[in-house]
Design a protein around this ligand. Structure first.
Ligand code: NAP
Length: 306
């Protein structure tokens, strides 16, 4: 029988990815939404989480699609009500919040899944397997996109806690930490802050082991989402956000994965975690972002207006 789930924060990503992935899966039944303004046709709607949690004890799983700053209160309420919880990335606005949620999940013996959707891109597991056993000589991430295209009018990304360009950048870091499992140390960062905004619009990071990253939201052309890794056994490139992989310039044929698509795979994983109330909560991408804000140089970047 399909598992009932409530979707919370009906905005861009809930509509684009979560709702279609849940509806397409026989494992799930979208039983309710919680959102102050958003709603989905034909799905019971609540305006606040506490009302939903007390009215619908039959819904055991809650998936939270809010931005990181407001999300903690919702996650805490759901865990304290004994519900299994799935979190959009990043899993919190602060590391302490993340540890608090993990502790609550253990206390209430429920599943907790900090999702990293980019890790589910088609070529990421093949890249991890190819790199395994090789010596990594250097690596470089290029993550450039147009914020006006990908976050139109979303002011929260430029407010403290919204992470700025590190919101897409953390997707690249989630892939990096998956394919290079050793925890790298951030050694330097330059964060480019628009004078009228609270978060950076571009960032350059330098890690140990010859790993560097450039994130930029001012790209006006096509987005570039690549990770290049030079090893003692050849050169790998992940392109298109991890969808395609090249070794020494030749594209690798990828085997079919089921289900296909980043978000369908996240929901399949969440279904698997429920059985033993497992916690999957890798904070390494978040640690790198927190470190960038701790040691990053602040660089002036002019005004940003939508
Ligand atoms: P969004 O559309 O701006 O926000 C999602 C919903 O959250 C809003 O529609 C709003 O619903 C609710 N919300 C916003 N601020 C709130 C507040 N202060 N208090 C309570 N509810 C609030 O954001 P999004 O683009 O979907 O992103 C949400 C999360 O998904 C982020 O963590 C982001 O990093 C991640 N994500 C986004 C994308 C993308 O392409 N946008 C891709 C992958 C992951 P109501 O007003 O109806 O309550």
């Amino acid at each position: 029988m399909a598992m009932k789930i409530a979707l919370v924060g009906i905005g861009k990503i809930a509509v684009d990815q979560h709702a279609p992935s849940i509806s397409a899966s026989p494992e799930w039944e979208l039983a309710a939404t919680v959102s102050r303004r958003g709603a989905l046709q034909g799905v019971e709607r609540y305006l606040d989480i506490d009302t939903m949690l007390s009215a619908r004890p039959d819904i055991p799983v809650v998936s939270l699609c809010l931005p990181p700053v407001p999300r903690f209160a919702y996650a805490k309420a759901a865990l304290e009500a004994g519900r299994h919880v799935m979190l959009e990335k990043p899993p919190g606005a602060t590391l302490a919040e993340c540890y608090a949620l993990e502790a609550l999940a253990r206390q209430h013996k429920v599943a907790l899944f900090a999702t990293w959707h980019s890790r589910e891109a088609a070529a990421v597991s093949a890249a991890r397997d190819w790199i395994e056993g090789k010596e990594v000589l250097r690596a470089h991430i290029t993550w450039r996109e147009d914020v006006r295209k990908w976050h139109p009018g979303q002011d929260w990304v430029f407010e403290p806690g919204g992470m700025g360009v590190l919101d897409p950048g953390i997707n690249a870091l989630s892939i990096l930490t998956e394919i290079l499992p050793e925890l790298l140390r951030l050694q330097g960062a330059r964060l480019h802050f628009p004078e009228n905004r609270g978060t950076p619009i571009a960032a350059d990071l330098e890690f140990s082991n010859g790993v560097t990253a450039e994130f930029d939201w001012r790209e006006r052309g096509r987005e570039i989402w690549t990770i290049e890794v030079e090893t003692d056994g050849g050169r790998l490139m992940l392109a298109e956000g991890g969808a395609r992989m090249f070794v020494d310039g030749i594209e690798t044929r990828l085997s079919e994965q089921s289900p296909s698509g980043e978000y369908p795979r996240l929901y399949a994983r969440m279904a698997a975690l429920l059985g033993n109330s497992e916690i999957e909560f890798d904070l390494r991408p978040m640690i790198h972002v927190a470190d960038a804000f701790m040691i990053g140089d602040r660089v002036a970047a002019g005004r940003f207006d939508w």
